[in-house]
Write a protein that binds this ligand. Structure first.
Ligand SMILES: [Mn+2]
Length: 614
């Protein structure tokens, strides 16, 4: 980044930083002093440079930095900078303090965390940072190592046991209209166990027969087809990315499953045959079929039960096998996979953080754009632009860009109304990265300046969110966050005169949804709602207040109130009608509480106004 040094000098500096970082991680337990040209500071979340739009941590010009994530996830990231951060002529933001300290304060931050930070375990180096120019900057993106997919499959193998067979299919392409298809999206469980984001993929695991413990069926290379639809990865490439050694053609997937169940030899190359009647390929599994202990594990249950929906591939598969092989047992794999997916690995948290960073860049772009936009569309457009510009293909869910009264519609997705200059603007956004979702909502004034009434509602929701986040800790339950948020919202609604007293039915007139959910491969990630909170679970926390005057006046709860109560509420409704505020942030559970992952875009009223520059 030292621009005057030229490209060679810069690369040399970055390479040297990489070496320093590697040295530190090797000597982490014994060596605390890393020399005169490097210091370590712990910060939350991602780390980027001053002129970089990601904007989590700002580092002044002329600084190269490299960073390492803390795999334990509770003390954040390590930055090695050159020159040392406390000599940087710029600003470094430490989000834990929710301030953007200047140089003086910076010195105070660096040194205390320097010692404790060094004692943390550092396992790998993720991001080599460079900045100065947005074009051509080299930012290594977080990824999930094939060994991690292998470890997940090993857990599944153990769970389903030697008599089990797990079968997972990728979804078929869906028709949008005519001969146009929707973009392919891999099924989450298949993605979770293989990382393979390809259509026509089937994972079959038969742990009892080691040769076929893991078989992945994928498309073959096909030059004719590749001319039209792009490159198909080779089987070798699939092996490299997934760690699955046995990769076969998708054309023979069902044939293989039938072979395993019927006890035939599985032959793909007849020329190599030396015996007329080769032995069974999967003798152990076949024995289990014969003695009635063979179990087919698949995800049979639909997430949203709908008897009129067309059957999924898994459902058709199970239906077919039940008819033809009545002795087979069928087991639902979903609870096992949910249990695994609820607790995230260090690599998953880094990937989610990346999705969040991109989402927050979009939030900040939206906050700036709304100041001059005349239509919600225009704000939506910079959100999409930001996602793609920062290197992710798409959203995890359709963006909500709502102006004025539309902020009170929970899942508003029309995004084409005019911008109400006096109203609030709400953007509920989630970029998707490597299949993982972010989910961050900000509500801000379209003019850049909150009115007193808008601010009152915004601050009430913020207080509720802070209370909910503070209530999340290992051993607890997500309901604790729910109760904490409701308590604050009830108190605040009563204070604003919008309810007569803080009873749940009255609060429900303004806050109808649950205050959060697990976050992962799904935005509303699969979860066992009764499970206690554990470290490395990731949640979105999203309380809100939505004032819809006519709905409240028409509600049976309102009708039951006394005339005086009704009159007093009606007055408050006139004042706050059309104000909808949701604040949504993402947190990871640590050993002691919850750590904010989405501190890179302003959350508090004052910070929002300051950021919007009005
Ligand atoms: Mn959400």
């Amino acid at each position: 980044m030292r621009i005057d040094g030229g490209v060679d000098a810069r690369e040399e500096r970055i390479e040297r930083l990489g070496r320093i970082a590697t040295e530190i991680s090797r000597q982490k337990m014994v060596e605390e002093n890393v020399g005169d040209d490097a210091r370590i500071v712990t910060v939350l979340g991602d780390q980027h440079a001053a002129k970089c739009r990601h904007g989590r941590v700002r580092i002044g010009e002329g600084v190269d930095a490299t960073m390492m994530p803390d795999p334990l996830g509770d003390s954040g990231w390590y930055i090695v900078a050159d020159p040392p951060l406390d000599e940087v002529a710029g600003q470094v933001a430490d989000q834990r303090l929710r301030v953007r300290p200047g140089q003086e304060e910076m010195r105070q931050i660096v040194h205390p965390v320097y010692d404790t930070g060094m004692r943390r375990t550092i396992m790998f180096l993720i991001v080599v940072l460079s900045a100065g120019s947005l074009v051509g900057q080299t930012v290594a993106r977080p990824a999930i190592d094939p060994s991690e997919y292998a470890a997940r499959r090993a857990r599944v193998a153990k769970e389903i046991g030697p008599n089990g067979m797990l079968v997972l299919f990728s979804p078929k392409l869906q028709i949008r209209s005519g001969d146009q298809e929707w973009p392919f999206r891999q099924s989450n469980d298949l993605l979770y166990l293989t990382g393979v984001d390809e259509e026509e993929t089937t994972l079959v695991m038969v742990p009892g027969d080691p040769e076929f413990a893991e078989v992945l069926f994928v498309r073959d290379r096909n030059p004719q087809q590749e001319v039209w639809t792009g490159r198909i990865p080779s089987h070798e490439e699939i092996t490299r990315s997934s760690g699955i050694k046995r990769v076969e053609s998708s054309r023979v997937a069902r044939n293989f499953i039938n072979t395993a169940i019927t006890g035939w030899p599985w032959v793909t190359n007849f020329d190599a045959l030396t015996e007329r009647l080769p032995p069974r390929s999967l003798p152990h599994f076949y024995d289990a079929v014969v003695n009635g202990s063979a179990a087919i594990w698949t995800v049979d249950e639909a997430r949203i039960p709908d008897p009129t929906a067309p059957a999924t591939q898994e459902q058709l598969f199970v239906r077919d096998l039940r008819e033809r092989h009545p002795s087979l047992l069928f087991r639902e794999a979903q609870p096992m996979l949910i249990h695994m997916r609820e607790v995230k690995s260090a690599a998953e948290i880094a990937v989610i953080q990346h999705a969040i960073d991109i989402t927050e860049a979009a939030q900040k772009a939206a906050m700036k754009r709304v100041l001059t936009a005349t239509s919600e569309n225009q704000v939506d457009a910079v959100i999409d632009f930001t996602y793609k510009d920062l290197g992710t293909c798409c959203w995890a869910f359709p963006s909500i860009a709502a102006s004025g009264k539309n902020t009170t519609t929970l899942h508003y997705m029309t995004n084409n109304g005019p911008v109400d200059r006096q109203g609030l603007f709400l953007t509920d956004l989630g970029a998707e990265y490597l299949g993982y979702s972010a989910d961050v909502t900000r509500t801000y004034p379209a003019s850049g300046k909150f009115t007193a009434d808008q601010r009152a509602i915004h601050d009430a929701v913020f207080a509720a969110q802070e209370a909910a986040i503070a209530a999340l800790k290992p051993g607890g339950h997500f309901r604790d966050a729910d109760h904490a948020a409701i308590a604050v919202i009830g108190r605040e609604l009563a204070r604003l005169g919008l309810i007569a007293n803080a009873e749940p039915r009255q609060i429900f007139m303004y806050f109808r949804h649950v205050p959060g959910h697990h976050l992962g491969l799904e935005t509303h990630d699969v979860a066992d709602r009764d499970r206690r909170i554990e470290p490395n679970m990731v949640f979105a926390v999203e309380p809100g207040i939505y004032v819809r005057k006519n709905d409240v006046l028409a509600s049976p709860v309102y009708a039951k109130l006394s005339k005086e109560e009704q009159a007093s509420i009606a007055k408050a409704l006139d004042r706050y009608d059309g104000i909808g505020v949701r604040i949504e942030d993402n947190v990871v559970i640590t050993e002691t509480g919850a750590r904010l992952l989405s501190s890179g875009s302003p959350r508090k009223s004052d910070d929002i106004e300051k950021f919007m520059g009005r």
